[in-house]
Design a protein around this ligand. Structure first.
Ligand code: ATP
Ligand code: MG
Length: 789
């Protein structure tokens, strides 16, 4: 008699099933894109829990983004009723933060230590270099920042770095000073989160042994992009009784430039004596035209571990290739195509907006696309770029909030001591900094020594912060933020600012972000709250609630004298942590059916029905910084492999003859990657009446459906573009729109505004306009109705 297959294992192929039900030993899954690696990892957690092999507290899973972590928790709770609270699922940084919060004393940190993002870190370094008169021409702050981050990634403290030459000696000195400054202020940067957790585990036997006993199963997704320190951290956590499951794809390693080591895979196999290496070769994501393109492209790389990938899904549609005359025309075409696809949603081929993704190599490309989408009224959502929490006005508000939590945070102090302006000049601030240094105190504490008008102004600022702190005691997070926005003078300041409307909107969004943080996330710890017993086990009668490992310490048990699992962290401190660690992408438009815009890097692990890869040009993709050396080019190719394999059903590749980037018009050749794709899988499309160099007139809405494209055999202009000299830009005639910068114009929706910038010509012409009530917008002049006033 054959036992019925457990439901969890249904819908898995034999190799996947083998991976999910592996014995408790270390294992590596090495497999190509879309082969179900992440699905296997998630299902394995569920399977282990269901079979009572581990309790939620014994699981640690590392994902690449917070979004992926949330997704994993949602999937898990859909598979079985489990309390995800006890599980450690998150990014490396998120998990290290959680660990350090629980052991802040042992880690020599204040309980509510704050996290410096890359921007804060840079300004902290700049400040320090100025203070110690370090020549910033010889030692650019950015370079020093990379140096420090690099040292930390290699696990090196200043006294451990070898001073090979004078220059390195100086950098080590700055690193040392920077460390002291951070310690004094009670702040940590991203690298420090990792390094300090690692050191605590390494140096504290009871702590290490506790966690080694606790985490029976450690699972890591996207293992190919781990760096040296992350790998060392995992080695500390894995004890004699733990099993590590590493999952990855060497062809998708795209963070070498930030210290990721594909070599960690081979090291893992050797050092953990891995007996189980599993390959998954069936791709479930894409049709074969898409998959063949990816396979053929990546076959041009020489450094590969070697894997196969096939699909049963049939060829599907060809990969469509489009050549545009300008970046603007490229965006117009794309938006048109998208609108058609969205209109056909529900029929074949049609897609929901959120199933359409636009990928680009660098963030600077997004603006022209955003403009086109905005003008067409297509809802969209941009991932990455300037993160919500990195916007200047948000950082100002957060600085006030951070000072409430920690008055010693000098970075925040300096950010807002004179913002909004309150008559505190650079001179006074320098004096204050000198005084603080002499006293070995924080800026906040040194204010009392200042006299005169400067002293009075500074005193008033400090008093304002101290009063706010008093006033907000016991208030809800929402109330605190509203009070701070109001009393700091930020709102008032932006109200008076000509371009302040957007900023005020963002500040209001901050209140919403806090609100949803509290209600949905329960301070970011509980994605899904289920009834649990006192040990944090689910109360439902699932197999997971029986047969739990009796040797396992309960999830919430105190570990060390100062251990506290973060429960006592104030909502404000928890929110500030969240702001530093989360991208904040999911504010505002979360849940809306919107087209997704992102860089290829941030698309890793995701999938969409329909994908547009734009800007397929030499210098852009492959990127000019990586084209010159072999290693760089191979990484670009892996990046392209990642991009292609995001698509399930439909894939578009586009390039443009000209592109405005960083204020310059560039004439790019089309990407060499086109020549590395299988011709049989491609279909070259191009607007009917538009040939190479035939002018820039592609009117978006004037051409009927199905009549838009002609098919040319072979590659459209393939050789021509490669060898032709740059096309002559459109002749300089008086612009037809008749606008000049500085002119006042009227727009039906936005009202009156001032023209700031004009770019492009003919149908490509666009204007940047400041509308006092709606902020600065880019508008396409062929679409937008503007009348001079
Ligand atoms: P990437 O390398 O891009 O991260 P991956 O290997 O992690 O990809 P998944 O995202 O886990 O792949 O899976 C790709 C898609 O295939 C998902 O939609 C997943 O649900 C689906 N899938 C995986 N395995 C199966 C299966 N056995 N049957 C049907 N669908 C599957
Ligand atoms: Mg995956």
């Amino acid at each position: 008699e054959v036992a019925a297959e457990p439901p969890l294992l249904q819908n898995l192929n034999p190799e996947q099933r083998a991976a999910v039900t592996l014995p408790n030993e270390h294992a590596l899954i090495l497999a190509g894109a879309g082969s179900g690696k992440t699905r296997v990892l998630t299902t394995r957690i569920a399977w282990l829990l269901q079979n009572g092999q581990v309790s939620p507290g014994g699981v640690m899973a590392v994902t690449f983004t917070n979004k992926a972590a949330k997704e994993m928790m949602t999937r898990l709770t859909a598979m079985l009723p489990v309390n995800v609270r006890g599980m450690w699922i998150g990014t490396f940084h998120g998990l290290c933060n959680r660990f350090l919060r629980a052991h802040y004393k042992l880690a020599n940190l204040p309980q509510s230590f704050q996290i410096l993002d890359t921007q804060d870190q840079l300004s902290a370094i700049k400040r320090l270099m100025k203070q110690f008169n370090v020549d910033d021409e010889r030692f650019p702050a950015k370079q020093t920042q990379w140096f420090i981050a690099g040292c930390k990634e290699d696990g090196l403290r200043p006294n451990m770095v070898e001073a090979r030459d004078e220059e390195t000696r100086k950098k080590i000195e700055i690193y040392q000073l920077y460390e002291e400054q951070c310690q004094r202020e009670g702040v940590v940067d991203f690298g420090e989160l990792m390094l300090r957790s690692f050191e605590l585990l390494r140096d504290n036997d009871p702590i290490r042994e506790h966690y080694q006993r606790r985490f029976r199963h450690i699972l890591i997704d996207e293992f190919q992009d781990t760096n040296k320190l992350q790998y060392a951290w995992i080695k500390q956590l894995a004890g004699p009784g733990s099993s590590v499951l590493a999952v990855g794809d060497d062809d998708q390693s795209i963070y070498a430039f930030r210290g990721a080591r594909v070599g960690n895979m081979a090291d893992f196999v050797r050092e953990f004596n891995v007996q189980h290496q599993i390959k998954l070769e069936q791709n479930y994501r894409s049709y074969s035209n898409i998959l063949d393109s990816a396979n053929e492209l990546i076959s041009h790389n020489s450094k590969r571990l070697g894997k196969n990938l096939r699909t049963d899904q049939g060829p599907g549609e060809p990969v469509r290739v489009y050549e545009a005359t300008s970046d603007f025309a490229e965006a117009q075409w794309m938006v048109d195509e998208m609108r058609q696809l969205v209109r056909d949603h529900g029929t074949e081929p049609g897609f929901a907006r959120k199933e359409i993704a636009v990928l680009y190599r660098s963030n600077a490309q997004s603006r022209v696309i955003e403009t086109a989408l905005f003008n067409a009224g297509v809802p969209y959502r941009v991932y990455g770029g300037l993160r919500f929490f990195e916007r200047a006005e948000i950082k100002h508000a957060l600085a006030y909030l951070r000072l409430l939590e920690n008055p010693r945070d000098d970075t925040s102090f300096l950010r807002v001591v004179n913002f909004p302006p309150r008559g505190i000049g650079a001179r006074s601030i320098e004096q204050l900094q000198d005084a603080a240094r002499a006293m070995g105190a924080s800026l906040h504490d040194a204010v009392s020594t200042m006299s005169g008008k400067a002293g009075a102004n500074l005193g008033a600022f400090v008093a304002k912060i101290d009063v706010l702190r008093e006033q907000t005691q016991g208030q809800t997070l929402r109330e605190i933020i509203e009070l701070v926005l109001d009393h700091s003078g930020l709102i008032e300041h932006y109200k008076a600012d000509r371009e302040g409307a957007d900023r005020i909107e963002n500040l209001e969004e901050l209140v919403n972000a806090a609100e949803s943080f509290v209600t949905q996330e329960g301070f970011g710890r509980d994605a899904v709250a289920l009834p649990v017993d006192e040990l944090g086990r689910p109360l439902t009668q699932s197999p997971a609630s029986q047969g739990l490992d009796p040797n396992l310490p309960p999830a919430g048990e105190p570990l060390a004298p100062d251990a506290d699992t973060g429960e006592t962290l104030s909502p404000l401190a928890a929110f500030l942590t969240h702001a530093a660690l989360e991208s904040g992408d999911n504010q505002a438009q979360a849940g809306q059916d919107a087209v997704q815009l992102m860089t290829v890097h941030s698309a890793k692990g995701l999938e969409f029905d329909c994908v547009f890869i734009t800007g397929m040009e030499e210098g852009l993709f492959p990127h000019e910084n990586s084209m010159s050396d072999y290693e760089g080019l191979e990484e670009e190719r892996r990046l392209m492999y990642v991009a292609i394999t995001r698509a399930r059903k439909r894939l578009y590749l586009s390039h443009s003859q000209t592109r405005l980037l960083h204020g310059q018009t560039r004439y790019n050749l089309k990407s060499r990657f086109f020549e590395e794709l299988p011709e049989a899988a491609l279909k070259w499309i191009t607007p009917k009446h538009q040939g190479f160099g035939s002018g820039f007139g592609f009117a978006p809405n004037s051409v009927a459906k199905n009549d838009r494209y002609t098919r040319t055999s072979g590659g459209f202009n393939q050789d021509l573009t490669r060898f032709a000299s740059p096309p002559v830009p459109a002749q300089k005639t008086a612009p037809a729109h008749g606008l000049r910068s500085g002119m006042q114009v009227f727009h039906n929706k936005f009202g009156e505004g001032t023209v700031l910038t004009l770019e492009g010509s003919g149908d490509d012409a666009r204007a940047q306009i400041n509308f006092p009530r709606h902020g600065v917008k880019w508008l396409a002049l062929s679409v937008a109705k503007l009348t001079p006033v």
